[in-house]
Design a protein around this ligand. Sequence first.
Ligand SMILES: Nc1nc2c(c(=O)[nH]1)N(C=O)[C@@H](CNc1ccc(C(=O)N[C@@H](CCC(=O)O)C(=O)O)cc1)CN2
Ligand SMILES: Nc1ncnc2c1ncn2[C@@H]1O[C@H](COP(=O)(O)OP(=O)(O)OP(=O)(O)O)[C@@H](O)[C@H]1O
Length: 200
Amino acid sequence: MDEIAAKDAIRSGLRAARRELEPAARQAQMDAAGAHLIDWLDKNAVHRTVTAFLSYGAEPPTGKLLTALHARGYRVLVPICEPERRLSWAAWYPGIDMARCAVAPIDEPVGPRFDASVMPLVDAVLVPAQAVDSNGDRLGQGGGYYDRFIASLDAAASRPALLAVVYEHELVEPGSFPVQEFDRRVDAVFTAAGRRTFGV
Ligand SMILES: Nc1nc2c(c(=O)[nH]1)N(C=O)[C@@H](CNc1ccc(C(=O)N[C@@H](CCC(=O)O)C(=O)O)cc1)CN2
Ligand SMILES: Nc1ncnc2c1ncn2[C@@H]1O[C@H](COP(=O)(O)OP(=O)(O)OP(=O)(O)O)[C@@H](O)[C@H]1O
């Protein structure tokens, strides 16, 4: 089996495991992980600006976290799917008008879209993940959107912290999923247990 097919098979298993978690258990894990994330941001996010994602399906439910960040005065940007699997970014706040994304079952805020030139003012990018290994390698939904976006930051003098949030069983050993040359590592992952950092 090639690496793409192997990743797809592992993604299917991870999606099934997510659906097995009761919604209340998903929220409880996210509440605990989100509290660790807010603690970290409060100490480290000098621009008080983050990008996060509006979750769908059985992803860790980010709605309460985004509302809490907004209430604490953070500027919250969320991803917009653009053609050619590129991302742009739009401001999100509770009650903003939303429109359905063309390629995924996700609602996206209406309003101005920003390209990667906003990133010097962004402290942290919350990157969707289905699993993260203890090297910081990440398995996403398979669109390659975030891999392309993170690769586009390679030339920048500084870049936001790349942070993932996963359920506890999704922080796994290296070798649990294939890692390809274009995959980019996150800097830290948050689970209900706390923050785990990676790097040399
Ligand atoms: N909550 C959340 N938002 C996110 C992501 C994510 O993983 N989670 N993304 C992380 O990258 C981007 C969107 N990722 C996508 C990943 C896969 C497909 C996809 O496979 N779409 C199907 C069509 C599905 C449909 O029509 O409903 C396809 O293209 O065949 C689309 C978007 C941006 N926003
Ligand atoms: N930097 C890149 N430039 C061009 N194509 C890329 C790049 N990174 C990934 N891709 C393409 O995107 C596809 C999906 O990548 P991958 O399986 O790593 O997705 P993912 O990391 O799970 O998804 P996402 O990044 O959206 O969360 C790959 O098969 C690859 O062809």
